[in-house]
Design a protein around this ligand. Sequence first.
Ligand code: BGC
Length: 339
Amino acid sequence: MDISRKLFGTMPDGTEVFCWILKNEKGFVAKILDYGATVQSIIVPDKNGEPVDVVLGYDTLEEYIAGDCYIGATVGRFANRIKEGKFELNGEKYELCINNGPNHLHGGKKGFDRCVWFAKQIGEKVVFSRISPDGEEGYPGNLEVKVIFCWEGDSLKIEYEAETDRDTVLNLTNHSYFNLNGAGNGKVDEHVLQMNADRFTVCDQNCTPTGELASVEGTAMDFRNPKTIGIDAYNDEPCVKPFGGYDANFVISGHPFARATGNETGITLVADTDQPGVQLYTANALTEQKGKGGADYGFRSAFCLETQHFPDCVNHPEWPSPILRKSEKFHSVTTYTFI
Ligand code: BGC
């Protein structure tokens, strides 16, 4: 295990942003930025032992600041959608900004992805922390939040910790865009994916949950047996068609919850979490753009496995609760293992 850091860029206000480089015993590398507590690179060997960077990202801070696709970022205070930006907590009504159709998405205009986090190495981990002040983006409570990255063997482990001085809502995720054939190496349609998910949250055209948890049986959402990402992504079904592919929350029903393999490199990602859901997003709205090393990114050039509470669960008391109470300590773990 080896951890180092180097200057990555400087914010317009002069704040320095560092890139933390975490290397495991086998030489697997994860690079994480202070800006957005963002995963900038994950470099692992392919079937021939050649290093491959399996996540999308940029070479410069300016590109991250200009970007609007949450590439690799930590997303909060509330990942995914809140219907019409409205929720009620302890009898008080809250209204958040609307930044995705009629909904609030990924924490608002300046979510956690756009903040420079305070980072320090503690033992074999790098801890990114910040205080999200009471009222930030309309959310209640001063929230002390930490995202902790380390390698545990061949697993990149992401731990989330949080405490609040007032009851609040919380849904944290990492928005890495994976391409196991290598970032910029075409579409992920031929990747093989298997997911332990029996049900998914049915959504309307705006990706707002209707409240129904439907069985994946007989739909494009059925990944219980391995299949390619592309085989059903272009189907005429209401669970994929309106979104241009997969952009849906699956109810996790077994562990590890997902296993994906790049057809060219043979690199396999095994993903697990203690969260109840995962958004499978197949970069349907990723704009055509250049990424690291001038590589071409765009539609379907990656997939995300955003571990999370269900979208809009603040308005669905029947689902696992995203409420963090004043006296509670939030702790959650997601791992991405490479084999
Ligand atoms: C959302 C998509 C959105 C993407 C990037 C995903 O988590 O579900 O609808 O386009 O993030 O912003």
